[in-house]
Design a binder for this molecule. Structure first.
Ligand SMILES: CC(C)(COP(=O)(O)OP(=O)(O)OC[C@H]1O[C@@H](n2cnc3c(N)ncnc32)[C@H](O)[C@@H]1OP(=O)(O)O)[C@@H](O)C(=O)NCCC(=O)NCCS
Length: 177
């Protein structure tokens, strides 16, 4: 099901989206803090195939949406993952085309992701991680209401080196405060 924010539409991946996704997934600057990429065309095709399989399985644990602007351009993607239904925990991540950075799009979608997790999925806790050097992502998480909870040393092995991560989270009660 697509859903909308003030300026954007979040919709499922289709088989026709390989080129639009590849435009940002192949950009080294976009992928600098991601665990994947920069993608080859094969990588992006495999990602789209995997997303179509996830959609067909319809398990509802992972919601991976493409973010589309008013002109119809795919400007990025956002993923929401239920980590534990029992403990009502979820997390989200985001990636955007470089030529669309700095326009508040990630913040707009992050706020929608938080609302989705609490209001639609009934979660108690929503978290996100980012590289300590990824100041823009940290700022987006803060603007979406997440608080810094910790610095995880050597959290990820990425392209031949250990990377630390900052852990951010928001609780359902925090929102109302
Ligand atoms: C991180 C990312 C999602 C941010 O998207 P965006 O649409 O540009 O974010 P927004 O415009 O909503 O907000 C960016 C905020 O970061 C701030 N910012 C940007 N670069 C910054 C920097 N180097 N230092 C401090 N703040 C910075 C902006 O000023 C803005 O804050 P403000 O509104 O208070 O001024 C985007 O840059 C991206 O896709 N990066 C590549 C993928 C990635 O790293 N994903 C996150 C993985 S954890």
């Amino acid at each position: 099901m697509p859903f909308t924010t003030e300026r954007l539409v979040l919709r499922d991946v289709t088989a026709d989206d390989v080129e639009a996704i590849h435009a940002y997934a192949s950009d080294p600057e976009v992928c600098r803090f991601m665990v994947w990429g920069p993608n080859t065309v094969d990588d992006t095709q495999a990602f789209v195939k995997e997303q179509l399989e996830v959609l067909a399985a319809d398990e509802g644990k992972v919601v991976n949406k493409l973010v589309v602007d008013a002109s119809g351009l795919v400007i990025g993607g956002a993923e929401f993952r239920v980590l534990s239904a029992e403990h009502r925990r979820g997390e989200f991540g985001h990636v955007y085309r470089r030529d669309r950075w700095g326009q508040g799009y990630a913040t707009e979608v992050a706020r929608a992701m938080v609302a989705f997790g609490f209001d639609e999925l009934g979660l108690e806790r929503i978290s996100a991680t980012c590289d300590p050097e990824n100041k823009a992502s940290a700022r987006v998480l803060e603007k979406a209401g997440l608080r810094l909870e910790g610095h995880m040393r050597h959290h990820l092995w990425v392209r031949g080196q250990w990377r630390d991560s900052l852990l951010y989270a928001v609780l359902s009660g925090d929102q109302k405060a």
